[in-house]
Design a protein around this ligand. Structure first.
Ligand SMILES: [Zn+2]
Length: 317
């Protein structure tokens, strides 16, 4: 991503790190470039449309021809009513593709008398590129004002909702319980609990957010602790069930009249006395613990980046 940022900046584009979007105004036309490494493509959009409706068909034909001349790298080029879109297949250097798109769009602007317009309401007006929450778009001041009002309302609504800790904790317990049940079921079926570890990690945090209404740093910590307690209990129970079955097969349960609780109490001794058994227990549980940690980190990072764009609104150009 960083190299595309550098390439775009070298071409005179501004770059918004939070949304990873590049923007630039050329002769009042607002350009936005989005690089999508996951789908291996990048999009160049320009907020403008022909001043005369009679030119729209000509513009569409020109874009169609442009696309068919560059079949190998260009994916699509079209006009949707308020913006011209050109989508290229990604390469290690996107400079020539972006230049090609920008030049062609500027040619269209001249040829088909396109005028800058708002990408929401379509009004012919001076537009700027704004970032509102996680969306970056070319807007007129009217549309930006409306979006800003919505954000102001959200902030008000947000500050009036408080984290409900008792309910959040209940949610985390329910989520942790689901993870624990899945863990035990998986272990009974003889699987190592990769997925169960995942569910345990997500379960607590999702449960907290679900019933606690609002996530907080404290909520994340509480959820992780609760989830881990349940995961630990589930591991312990699963080992107990395994050991009980083993003892039963060896006839020890009947011989000594052992209960399930006796077996559970015996686990620490079994682990201490038999290093080979301890190794098996570690092997059966370590992967679940790793996926648990992984999912917890993923959740925390997700919530953090959600917080970054939440209620964010700013003018980029
Ligand atoms: Zn507008």
């Amino acid at each position: 991503m960083a190299k595309y940022k550098e390439q775009l900046q070298a071409m005179g584009f501004g770059y918004d790190d939070v949304t990873s979007v590049a923007y630039r105004k050329i002769n009042d036309i607002a350009f936005i470039v989005r690089v999508n490494t996951a789908s291996k493509e990048y999009n160049v959009t320009a907020a403008c449309r022909p001043a005369k409706d009679g030119m729209i068909d000509h513009l569409r034909t020109a874009l169609h021809q442009f696309a068919s001349q560059r079949q190998n790298m260009l994916k699509t080029a079209f006009f949707e009513g308020k913006q011209i879109h050109i989508c290229y297949q990604i390469s290690s250097d996107i400079t020539s593709g972006v230049n090609d798109s920008v030049n062609f769009i500027m040619y269209c602007v001249n040829q088909f008398e396109c005028v800058s317009c708002c990408s929401i309401c379509g009004k012919f007006d001076a537009v700027d590129v704004y970032s509102v929450e996680s969306n970056v778009s070319a807007l007129c001041t009217g549309c930006y004002g409306t979006l800003q009002n919505n954000i102001a309302k959200n902030i008000l609504a947000d500050s009036s909702t408080k984290t409900n800790y008792p309910m959040g904790i209940l949610g985390a317990i329910l989520g942790g319980l689901v993870g624990a049940v899945v863990w035990i079921l998986f272990s009974l079926m003889g699987y190592i609990g990769y997925i169960a570890g995942f569910i345990s990690g997500f379960g607590g945090i999702i449960g907290f957010k679900w019933l606690g209404k609002k996530m907080s740093t404290g909520g994340i910590v509480i959820s992780i602790i609760i989830s881990f307690v349940f995961l630990f209990l589930a591991m312990y129970l699963a080992v107990g069930i395994d050991l009980y079955n083993q003892f039963e097969a060896e006839g020890l349960i009947e011989m000594y009249g052992l209960t399930f609780k006796d077996v559970l109490d015996f686990i620490p001794n079994a682990i201490q006395l038999d290093s080979k058994y301890a190794g098996t227990v570690v092997y059966n549980n370590i992967f679940g613990v790793i996926t648990f940690i992984f999912s917890v980190v993923l959740c925390a990072v997700g919530l953090r980046s959600e917080g970054k764009v939440k209620n964010r609104s700013m003018k980029l150009t």
